[in-house]
Ligand binder design. Structure first.
Ligand code: FAD
Ligand code: NDP
Length: 448
């Protein structure tokens, strides 16, 4: 027999959970479908286990720094399997807390996939039929490989978290967030890393800071092979070789990681049964209010064409639930000036425009302030790696349109500057702010 709800949410990841909890708080009767682990990509195979590994990598580097400071210690290797278990236990706890909260919120959870039968009806893989006037698609995305000979010899990011030991020699194909983050953390933990990039790394970030990061990655021993055009992978005995039309045969490697972007999970939803449009890449097309072209059907998070970031999926879902069930008719996410951090070695953070974008939009009005320095914590030990900070302003009143930071602490620093940007900060406001000394962040208010 069909069951009726006010809202059906497809997907129990960042966006789906946020939508469901907020709608239930407003009194809606909610069904949530999640065939996999609660928490989706971020909790299980994304931000959380990645950040845990990044923290381990920071500790690995910290051990060496400690020796350089004069501590009588010998840097040791990470017990990979012990740490994998610690990570899994931590993530298990998050999932259990979600399960408890869902029960307490009165949300009906179906551990099944859903597909559209019509604009208001979902069929579950368990054979149930669910009806609702409002349906939210929050099915996220999945990693992809290139369709080339031997493609399946390469892992994707999901697989990294299941590895039973650190790969000794690893090639990473791609130059985006995942490629740069894993290249950095695996190198810090002891792998020999080669990055195969077709263009530059991190094309969406400010080129000057990316150059600074690339220099540091190379100094750490990461081999960056540019202008790549991978033609296939092949196994020779226990090794994997990468065929490249430009660079010839590369390797041997013990493991290869594809990190060339993700595809939206929209292809198994029978969207045509509801008439929901997708774009060429398969993203569900939405307007500023997360509406699809079909009344009563919405989409949030990675399944849409928006930035693939957890806080974006969460915020979009909460705004949507406030609009549908909270009486806030105008509630929608402002997609401008979304801050972002690449958890590289060292971290790279930004909010607003890059210098290239600022010059494209504002031409000669752009004023650039920058600071390059070796942070005290490194300089004391004789290290020379440079942090870079950059502020982009426009117009006579020097409105800030971009903050950029590369270096230790950048990942924590940028959130506050993102608030300032959102509030329309001017350079004079930064100049009028007293510095916190000694810190790296103080550079942001001391640039002259
Ligand atoms: P997801 O979290 O992917 O959730 C979608 C859910 O839908 C899944 O659980 C899936 O099982 C379910 N589903 C699929 N099909 C169906 C169906 N037919 N019916 C019902 N359910 C279905 N973002 C950051 O902000 N910071 C980071 O540091 C960061 N690090 C990352 C590291 C990695 C390695 C990766 C891969 C991603 C990272 N991200 C990070 C991105 C972030 O994880 C995603 O943007 C976020 O998880 C998107 O949330 P979502 O709800 O749209 O999708
Ligand atoms: P990205 O979009 O960040 O990067 C994809 C990379 O793959 C780019 O370097 C791109 O090159 C390259 N590429 C694309 N197609 C090909 C191809 N055919 N051959 C060779 N290279 C190719 O994707 P990721 O997979 O790294 O990450 C997915 C998303 O997850 C990110 O966009 C991000 O939103 C999110 N994420 C966020 C994190 C965070 O917030 N810290 C961490 C990890 C992921 P080019 O630039 O030339 O197009």
């Amino acid at each position: 027999m069909a069951q009726t709800f006010d809202l059906i949410v497809l997907g129990g990841g960042s966006g789906g959970l946020a939508t469901a909890f907020r709608a239930a708080r407003h009194g809606a009767r909610v069904a949530l479908l999640e065939p996999g682990a609660l928490g989706g990509t971020c909790v299980n195979v994304g931000c959380v286990p990645k950040k845990a590994l990044w923290n381990a990598a920071q500790l690995a580097q910290g051990q060496q720094l400690a020796v350089d400071y004069g501590f009588a210690s010998t840097p040791g290797a990470l017990d990979w399997e012990r740490f994998r278990q610690l990570r899994h236990a931590y993530i298990d706890g998050i999932r259990q807390r979600y399960a408890t909260r869902l029960m307490e919120a009165g949300i009906h959870v179906f551990a099944e996939t859903g597909r559209f039968v019509s604009a208001h009806t979902i069929a579950t893989s368990g054979g149930d039929e669910l009806n609702a006037m409002q349906i939210v698609i929050a099915t996220g995305g999945r990693p992809r490989r290139l369709d080339l000979p031997g493609f399946d010899l390469g892992m994707v990011s999901d697989d990294i978290f299941e590895l039973r030991s650190l790969p000794r020699r690893i090639a990473v194909i791609g130059g985006g967030y995942i490629a740069v983050e894993f290249a950095g953390l695996l190198r810090a933990l002891g792998s020999e890393v080669t990055l195969h990039v077709r263009n530059r790394v991190l094309t969406g970030f400010d080129a000057e800071l990316v150059d600074g990061l690339t220099t540091q990655m190379q100094a750490q021993g990461i081999d960056i092979t540019g202008q790549c055009n991978v033609s296939g992978l092949r196994r020779v005995d226990d090794d994997i070789l990468i065929g490249d039309e430009v660079n010839g045969s590369c390797g041997p490697y013990d493991a290869v990681l594809w990190a060339i972007g993700r595809v939206p999970n929209s292809d198994r939803l029978d969207l045509e049964a509801a008439g929901v449009h997708v774009d060429e890449a398969g993203h569900v097309v939405t307007d500023a209010w997360q509406n699809t072209n079909v009344p009563g059907v919405y989409a949030v998070g990675d399944v849409t064409e928006r930035p693939e970031l957890t806080p974006v999926a969460v915020a979009a879902g909460r705004h949507l639930a406030d609009r549908l069930f909270g009486g806030q008719a105008d509630s929608c996410l402002d997609y401008e000036n979304i801050p972002s951090v690449v958890f590289a070695e060292p971290p790279l953070a930004m909010v607003g425009l890059t210098e290239a974008q600022a010059r494209e939009f504002h031409g000669d009005q752009v004023q650039v302030y920058r600071s390059r320095f070796t942070p005290l914590g490194l300089a004391v030990a004789g290290h020379t790696a440079q942090s870079i900070m950059k502020i982009l302003c426009v117009g006579e009143d020097q409105r800030v349109v971009g903050f950029h930071a590369l270096g230790p602490g950048a990942e924590e620093m940028m959130q506050g500057f993102a608030v300032a940007l959102k509030m329309g900060v001017r350079k004079r406001d930064l100049d009028a702010t007293v510095a916190i000394h000694p810190s790296s962040a103080e550079e942001m208010v001391l640039m002259g």
